[in-house]
Ligand binder design. Structure first.
Ligand code: XIL
Length: 397
C-alpha cells in the first residue's frame, strides 16, 4: 500500500515536472538558455516593440552581412536614421527621392517589423533650396507654410498605411543653456511661421494618414527638474496639454533618450514619473533614440580597463533605467536605440570636442556589450504585477 502510494506520488511528480519544464521551454521560445534569446523575442513577452535606427549604407553593404542580420533578428521596429529627412527625400525642389526609404520599408515588411517615420518637421537636415530660398527672400513665409503643408502631405501619403508612428515635430523646444534660459520654441520653423506651425503640422499629417500615430519627439525629456521656467520636460508637457485641449491630433510623446555617462544618471522612478505624466494626458509614450555615450579620455583610448569598465557599466545602467521606466508604463509602446553598434553610431562623428563614444549595445565588431546583456535581462525578469503587457494604441480623435 505504502509502496503503491509512493509510486503513484512519484509518477505524478515526474509528470508535473515534465509539464513545468515544457512550460518553461515554451515560455522562452523553445530554448533553455535565456542569454541566447533575441531582444525582439524577449520584448514580445511585453507586447513591446524594440527598435533601432537604421543606417542605409550599412544595410546595403554587401561586405557586412552581420549588420542586416542583426537588424532583422534583434529588432521588431525600425527607424530611418536619415533617409526620411527632407534633405534626402527632396534634394531638388519637386523631385522626390523615395528609393532608400522605400527600401527600408520593404526590408521591415519582409522581416515583420513596424516602422517609425522620422521625421516630418525639424530645423536640421533641410534641403539647401529651401533654406537658401528663405534666406535670400525668394521664398516668403506664406510660401514656406504652403511648402511645409505640401511636404507633410506628400510624404505621409506616400508612406500611407506603412508607418506605425510618425515623428511629426522634432526638437521644437529650446534648452536651458540657450538664451533666454526660459524654455521657448526655437529654430527655423518657429522663427518663420510662429508657434502655430506645430498644430498645423499635426493636422496636416492626420489628414494625410488617419491611422498613423502622431508623435512630438524631443531630447532631454527623460525627467522633470524643478517644474520652473527652465524645465524642458515641463515646458513640453504644458505645450502638449494645450495642444490636446485645442483638439490637435497629438497621439504620442517620443522621449529620445540620448544620455551621457558623464552627467548625473536618472533612476528608474524619475523617468517613470515623466512618462506617466505624459500618458496621463492620454498619450502613448515611446523611447525613440536611446544611446548612452561616454567621453573618450586618453585612458579609454589607451585601452585602460580602469577607465573603460566604469563607462561600459554606467552606459548599461542608463539603458536599463530607460527600459525599466518604459516597462512600468503600459502605454510605453516602443523602445528604440539610435544605432545598435559603435561602428555605425552617430556619436563619434557628432560629439568630437571632447571626443565621445561607446554609446551603443554592441562594440565595433558586433560583440554584445554589458548594455546589451542588461537590456536582455531586464526584458527577461520583468512581469506582473508591476510590468503588464503594453496597451495597443490607436489614433486619438
Ligand atoms: C542624426 C543622425 O544619426 C546622423 O547620421 C546625422 O548626421 C544627424 O542626425 N536627434 C534626431 C536624429 O532626431 O534625427 C539625429 O540623427 C540625432 C539627434
Amino acid at each position: 500500500m505504502r509502496l503503491r502510494r509512493l509510486v503513484l506520488i512519484s509518477a505524478v511528480a515526474v509528470a508535473l515536472g515534465a509539464t513545468l519544464n515544457a512550460g518553461a521551454v515554451a515560455a522562452n521560445g523553445g530554448q533553455s538558455d535565456p542569454s541566447a534569446q533575441s531582444l525582439r523575442t524577449l520584448a514580445a513577452r511585453h507586447n513591446l516593440a524594440i527598435g533601432t535606427a537604421v543606417n542605409m549604407d550599412a544595410l546595403d553593404d554587401a561586405n557586412d552581412p552581420k549588420y542586416r542580420q542583426l537588424v532583422a533578428s534583434q529588432f521588431s521596429t525600425v527607424t530611418a536614421e536619415n533617409v526620411m529627412k527632407w534633405e534626402v527625400l527632396e534634394p531638388t525642389q519637386g523631385t522626390y527621392n523615395w528609393g532608400p526609404a522605400d527600401e527600408l520599408v520593404a526590408f521591415a515588411q519582409k522581416n515583420h517589423q513596424k516602422v517609425r517615420g522620422h521625421v516630418l518637421v525639424w530645423h536640421n537636415q533641410l534641403p539647401a533650396w529651401l533654406t537658401d530660398g528663405v534666406a535670400n527672400g525668394t521664398i516668403s513665409n506664406t510660401q514656406l507654410r504652403d511648402l511645409l503643408k505640401k511636404h507633410i502631405t506628400d510624404v505621409v501619403k506616400h508612406f500611407k498605411g506603412k508607418i506605425w508612428q510618425w515623428d511629426v515635430v522634432n526638437e521644437a523646444a529650446s534648452d536651458p543653456w540657450d538664451s533666454p534660459p526660459a524654455i521657448h520654441l526655437k529654430g527655423f520653423w518657429a522663427e518663420h511661421l510662429g508657434a502655430g506651425y506645430i498644430a498645423d503640422a499635426f493636422r496636416w499629417a492626420r489628414a494625410a494618414d488617419p491611422n498613423a500615430l502622431l508623435f512630438y519627439n524631443d531630447y532631454n525629456l527623460e525627467a522633470f527638474s524643478d517644474k520652473g521656467p527652465s524645465d524642458k520636460t515641463f515646458f513640453v508637457y504644458n505645450m502638449i496639454k494645450q495642444l490636446r485641449a485645442q483638439g490637435v491630433p497629438v497621439d504620442g510623446l517620443g522621449s529620445q533618450g540620448h544620455l551621457g555617462t558623464q552627467y548625473g544618471n536618472y533612476d528608474t522612478f524619475q523617468v517613470k514619473d515623466a512618462l506617466d505624466a505624459f500618458s496621463d494626458l492620454k498619450l502613448a509614450v515611446a523611447l525613440t533614440e536611446v544611446d548612452a555615450r561616454s567621453q573618450m579620455t586618453a585612458g579609454v583610448l589607451a585601452n585602460d580597463s580602469n577607465e573603460i569598465n566604469p563607462r561600459l557599466q554606467a552606459s548599461a545602467y542608463n539603458y536599463s533605467v530607460l527600459l525599466q521606466a518604459c516597462l512600468l508604463n503600459p502605454h510605453c509602446i516602443s523602445y528604440t536605440v539610435w544605432g545598435f553598434d559603435d561602428k555605425h553610431s552617430w556619436v563619434p562623428t557628432w560629439f568630437t570636442n571632447p571626443p565621445e563614444g561607446l554609446a551603443t549595445l554592441y562594440d565595433e565588431s558586433y560583440q554584445p556589450k554589458k548594455a546589451y546583456r542588461m537590456v536582455q535581462s531586464d526584458l527577461l525578469f520583468a512581469g506582473p504585477p508591476f510590468v503588464l503587457p503594453r496597451i495597443p494604441q490607436t489614433p486619438r480623435r
